[in-house]
Design a protein around this ligand. Structure first.
Ligand SMILES: Nc1nc2c(ncn2[C@@H]2O[C@H](COP(=O)(O)OP(=O)(O)OP(=O)(O)O)[C@@H](O)[C@H]2O)c(=O)[nH]1
Ligand SMILES: [Mg+2]
Length: 246
């Protein structure tokens, strides 16, 4: 019996000692101390943190001082870092976040509760409460990606590009991840289209500390392409055709 089945039947009560929180970090010294302190406070120091880091500033030192495991990687984009981070996690529940203080670590217990209810993926929905702290262009883009993904996947999703999610580690290991800037959309769309139990959870979204690493136009185009290719690949997979279109 796999972990998901166990939890669905009420035998898999995970606590924070079963949780890895993972993130890509790239010159985030303005935010990393706060983010890691928030994780430590809400989990009583029990969650294990993994940072895949490409920084030239003091981010990796600050991460180690806070007890995080740091994997150094030359900067190659969001998805290259986050894929390595999710695959490096060694606990049964894996939470992704950005290292910029935008995501509410205080809501981690709610994510864990939903996993304990039996969900395989719990996705933080920033748009539910309006995401007033998000730049207008990004907010419009994120609504558009969600509409596109919902149409192509045939299932309604509200926020496809969020960085804060909890996953059963088995889901992360069972799927081949291909996208870079579009990885966060891929991490939602492929499990959704393969029939995993996915739910969205409304979250607050705060203004970023430090500078963005994403160019909104270039990044937006890359995400739209990922949503298209990943959804089409999954449609073809349902027909028994395994291809890579990207
Ligand atoms: N290691 C590594 N981390 C990266 C790279 N690019 C982005 N990141 C990290 O990935 C996370 C997401 O990047 P952000 O700049 O927050 O991108 P975003 O959330 O789309 O943009 P904002 O709305 O400005 O926050 C942050 O924690 C970054 O430090 C990279 O090339 N290498
Ligand atoms: Mg961010």
């Amino acid at each position: 019996m796999d972990g998901a089945t166990l939890a669905r039947e009420g035998h898999g009560e995970y606590g924070f000692s079963d949780v890895s929180v993972v993130m890509g970090t790239y010159n985030e010294e303005a935010a990393i101390g706060k983010v890691l302190e928030d994780i430590g406070a809400v989990s009583d120091g029990e969650a294990r943190v993994v940072c895949v880091d490409g920084s030239e500033d003091r981010t990796p030192e600050i991460a180690r001082e806070h007890g995080a495991r740091v994997i150094r990687q030359k900067p190659q984009g969001y998805g290259v870092a986050v894929r390595e981070a999710v695959l490096a996690a060694d606990r049964p529940v894996v939470v992704t976040t950005d290292c910029d203080d935008t995501y509410p670590m205080e809501q981690l217990p709610d994510f864990l509760d939903r996993i304990n209810e039996g969900y395989d993926v719990v996705s933080g929905d920033r748009l539910y409460y309006g995401a007033a702290a998000m730049p207008t262009f990004n907010r419009a883009g994120n609504h558009a990606f969600a509409l596109l993904a919902s149409a192509l996947a045939g299932k309604h999703v509200h926020d496809t590009t969020t960085g804060m999610r909890a996953y059963r580690r088995s889901v992360l290991q069972e799927i081949d991840w291909t996208e870079n800037t579009g990885l966060s959309a891929e991490l939602l769309i492929r499990p959704l289209m393969r029939g995993y139990a996915v739910r969205e959870l409304p979250i607050e979204y705060r203004e970023r500390r430090g500078e963005t690493k994403l160019d909104p136009i270039e990044g937006g185009a890359a995400i739209a392409k990922s949503v298209l290719t990943v959804s089409l690949e999954e449609r073809l997979r349902e027909e028994g055709i395994n291809v890579r279109l990207g």
